[in-house]
Ligand binder design. Structure first.
Ligand code: G3P
Ligand code: CA
Length: 245
């Protein structure tokens, strides 16, 4: 084994070889031995929380509608597997609660890094916050981290889910990124591994924040980041970093 289980997070599931954000990708991530999975959630027009990365259909499912304009009854039947291979044509979208149920289905299932996709629009933030709080506040023994690029979303949920670790996502470290995390009781920061270097890593760790990086698909880059103090590597290919060649 190259890295330990808890250092490795399967980005959108094992999305290198499986269709992202599907049960197939999450099952493969669990089988790879990854201690964590990362996944994207967004709020639909009816308040359901769907696991889906893009703002609109087109890349991983047929159509062009914006997710935020659709209801769950319209999203649930979508084929989100065929774009990756005909053998995945039965893959359908999951909701937040479906993945929580999947996690609780076995004792060794990975923890979940939720990435809440959300604009800074106040109405969208409140709808997303409400939906997420409802699902996570009833989940028992749910090992998770909540993360977002949306500062407004993090500020809305932080006081209402006090026991859940939360992290700001950014590309490179923003000038006010550490202060934002500390002022809002966030536990960590998730940065693009390509843009992360020693000075920023040192500042983050010295502030007492956890440092995690995305999306890292080579062993050499994962090792570089690990030496800098990155505690979790989000990768599309967890099996590469968990299996001795
Ligand atoms: O959670 C970090 C990372 O996934 C953010 O970028 O575009 O892959 O959702 P993206
Ligand atoms: Ca993501």
């Amino acid at each position: 084994m190259i890295f330990s289980r808890d250092q490795i997070c399967a980005h959108r599931g094992a999305s290198g070889h499986y269709p992202e954000n599907t049960r197939a990708a999450f099952d493969a991530a669990a089988q790879s031995g990854a201690g964590w999975i990362e996944t994207d959630i967004q709020c639909l027009a009816d308040g359901e929380l769907v696991i889906f990365h893009d703002e609109q259909l087109g890349r991983t499912a047929t159509g062009s509608a914006r997710l935020r304009d659709l209801c769950w009854s319209e999203v649930a039947p979508l084929d989100i597997g065929s774009w990756k291979g005909a053998e995945f044509s039965t893959q359908r979208p999951l909701r937040c609660e479906d993945l929580i149920e999947w996690q609780s289905g076995a004792t060794d299932r990975p923890g979940i890094v939720w990435e809440m996709k959300c604009s800074e629009d106040p109405e969208a933030v409140e709808a997303a916050a409400q939906a997420l709080i409802e699902r996570l506040s009833v989940a028992q023994d749910h090992r998770c981290i909540v993360s977002s690029f949306s500062r407004a979303l993090l500020q809305a949920i932080r006081p209402r889910l006090p026991a859940v670790p939360m992290a700001l996502i950014a590309g490179a470290l923003p000038a006010d990124g550490i202060a934002f995390c500390l002022n809002n009781a966030l536990e960590g920061i998730h940065l693009d591994g390509q843009d992360l270097h020693e000075t920023a890593a040192h500042m983050i760790l010295a502030a007492g924040l956890s440092l995690r990086s995305y999306t890292v698909n080579t062993e050499a880059e994962a090792r570089r980041l690990s030496v800098l103090g990155v505690s979790m590597i989000m990768t599309d290919f967890p099996e590469r970093l968990l299996t001795t060649p």
